[in-house]
Design a protein. Sequence first.
Lengths: 112, 115
Amino acid sequence: DAGVTQSPTHLIKTRGQHVTLRCSPISGHKSVSWYQQVLGQGPQFIFQYYEKEERGRGNFPDRFSARQFPNYSSELNVNALLLGDSALYLCASSLDGDGGYTFGSGTRLTVV
Amino acid sequence: AQSVAQPEDQVNVAEGNPLTVKCTYSVSGNPYLFWYVQYPNRGLQFLLKYITGDNLVKGSYGFEAEFNKSQTSFHLKKPSALVSDSALYFCAVRSLGNQGGKLIFGQGTELSVKP
């Protein structure tokens, strides 16, 4: 079985641009969560989706948005990129959103 | 507010010696606690979790963790460290409520095992 897959693995964008990150959960997992990990810090919660509904949102500006598709894959969108958005973006999937979490390898976003 | 603290930014251990990576937590209700490991330029790998039951939890790669409710701690331990254990370790607590089942992470502890 494939684990949690994220694409792309690396991305370089310019300030003010828009970016879309993608995540495919483990087969059978219905919940996807997104985390931002800035260098030298622990991951910070951005969003959780379960059965295509937003179940939780962290303390991030409205420039960050996400959605979950019928096949349970998910996209994280960030508008008007800032230098401070440079980070490793991690996706985690779980069966029901309340139990164990399996993380993908992440997308490294660099904003220049 | 629920939180996790990892008081040591770095832990240095000689290969073959026991290791401990410390974690304390603050939650309301019964805690669900996790340890993850992160190798350079990689995502997080699950090591172990405490939900309920025995205070000593055994996990992957020979790691174990001891849950201590009175001290609100969940320290990660291994009897004999390997050079390949060198990595960044994160303790996390699951927060439930109107924000779903999000994880709250500590700042991380860099473990360095020298030959």
